[in-house]
Every structure is written in C-alpha cells, then in structure tokens.
Design a protein around this ligand. Structure first.
Ligand SMILES: C[S@@+](CC[C@H](N)C(=O)[O-])C[C@H]1O[C@@H](n2cnc3c(N)ncnc32)[C@H](O)[C@@H]1O
Length: 261
C-alpha cells in the first residue's frame, strides 16, 4: 500500500488499465493458449478426477464400442502395424512392452505379431470395457491387460524397454504427470512410440468427439525434452498423411539422462 501511495504522491503518472477486450487483443500468449485448448471445453473446468470419470464412461459406453470401427476409417491401426513390420519403429528386440490406453487393441494386436515370442506385453486402460473389447481383437492370450490410469502406473521403476501410446496423452489436460510416469517405468535408453492429436482442423474435430485436447507440436516437443524423453524422429504414416497433415503428431522418443541444471 505504502509503495503505491508514495508513487502517487511523487507525481508518477497513472496509466489507465486496459479493458478486458484490449487485454485479450494485446496478449498473444493468451490468444495462443486459447487456441491450444481448442477441444473439449469442459476439460479446462472439471477437476482432473471428474474429467477422468467422464472419459472412462465415454469409452465404457456405446461410443467406445464404436472405436474399433472409427479406427478402421482412420486406418491408423493397420498403418501402425506396417510401421512395426517395416521396423520404422523396431520392436523385434524388445523384451518388455507396455501399451498405454490399449482401447480396442488397435496397437497391441500388432505388437503380439511383431515382438519376439518371449516378450512380455502388457496393455493398460482406464476403461475395463475397452480392455474386454481389446481382448476379443488380440490374436493371443499372451498380453496381460490391466485396468489402470496412465498417471499412476502399477509397475516398478525401469520395467519396460518399449512403450507405445496411441491417442491417449491428449486425455490429460497437463501431459507432464503422464510423461513422468512413462519415464519412471521405462528402462534407461527405453523407447516410446507416441501418436498424439494435433491442433489442426481434423484434430479439433477429434477432440470434440473424444472429449480430449489437442497438442501443439513445438510445445509437445518441449514437454518431452523437459521430462527427459527427447524425440528421436518424427514420423508420418504415409506421404499423404504428411502432405495433408493427417494422423496427428507421431514420433519416437527415448529415455535419456536429464541434463544437470
Ligand atoms: C482414442 S483411444 C486409443 C486407443 C488405441 N491406443 C489406438 O491407438 O487407437 C484412447 C484410449 O485411452 C484410454 N484412456 C483415456 N484416458 C486414460 C488414462 N488416464 N489412463 C489410461 N487410459 C486412458 C481410453 O479409455 C481409450 O481406450
């Protein structure tokens, strides 16, 4: 108080406060933040636990039952399978693989075919119903499927040498708690294959349908670096995906030592 009254007495000219509209216009960071959160609006206001319950009942219900068909339309499941077969993302030497948000088994069913026969494959999802649907799609009883949240993974540190995570991270408002869990359960040098909804027009449409957010490529990259999971490369499922910016942000990341501050 004293500071302000002294300034007033010493004749410092007061600058009129900008109106709310002027503030919005002037502040590019706020404009950008608004754009970044294009997507399911309630995600910003709901407490994380309530939001997670909404997501769980969405996937438990009829929309979740249609997820396998939606994935056929988007073609991402066979294209991820092709990525494994061509070793664009190599799983042929992995001994322990975790698929996060297994959904209807779109990724894990290909892991069963492409990973070594003795590899441990585990899938987790918050929706028990989705895991039951995944079980029907997987051509083997080998993978262990567990109901769990990606921010509280029920595994010891440094358990897995590969993590796959297709269109799941966007169900966290702040990706960092998820990334730190991924890092914790990965062995040193472990690798991740990530597919994430991007803030493009198709991405915003996806986020409305599946009650999630979109991600900005540059900021997502920065978040992974901060979590000690730098990207090895960015991938496109096909040249058409690259040209039309479809399929979201697809990349391989690796667990490295955090740089000393
Ligand atoms: C769009 S589906 C992706 C399915 C599959 N990975 C794919 O590539 O198509 C998202 C899945 O993530 C699950 N999910 C959402 N939030 C989660 C969380 N916090 N922890 C674990 N799974 C989550 C949902 O239940 C749903 O099955």
């Amino acid at each position: 108080m004293e500071y302000f009254s002294n300034r007033a007495e010493s004749g410092v000219q007061r600058v009129a406060q900008p109106t709310a509209v002027e503030k919005k216009k002037k502040d590019p960071a706020k404009r950008l933040a608004k754009r970044r959160f294009a997507g399911f609006p309630a995600m910003k206001t709901l407490a994380p636990r309530m939001y997670r319950d909404r997501v769980k009942s969405l996937y438990d219900g009829p929309k979740g039952a249609g997820l396998a068909i939606a994935s056929l339309v988007s073609m991402h499941s066979p294209l991820v399978g092709r990525m494994f077969r061509r070793r664009d993302f190599d799983v042929t030497t992995a001994q322990a693989i975790l698929d996060i948000g297994s959904g209807a088994g779109q990724i894990i069913k290909h892991l069963v075919r492409c990973a070594p026969e003795n590899a441990h494959i585990v899938g987790i999802d918050i929706s028990h119903q989705m895991l039951k649907r995944a079980r029907k799609q997987i051509p083997s009883h080998r993978p262990v499927l567990i109901t769990a949240d990606m921010t509280h993974l029920p595994f010891p540190d440094e358990t897995f040498d590969v993590i796959t995570c297709g269109y799941v991270l966007e169900h966290l408002q702040d990706p960092m708690p998820g990334l730190l869990e991924f890092r914790r359960v990965l062995k040193p040098g472990g690798r991740l294959l990530m597919l994430v909804t991007e803030d493009t027009v198709p991405g915003v449409w996806t986020s409305r349908t599946w009650k999630c957010r979109t991600h900005n490529r540059k900021e997502l990259h920065e978040a992974f670096v901060a979590a000690g999971l730098p990207w090895r490369d960015q991938k496109w499922m096909t040249p058409v995906h690259r040209f039309l910016k479809l399929g979201g942000i697809v990349f391989e990341a690796e667990k490295r030592e955090l740089a000393a501050s």
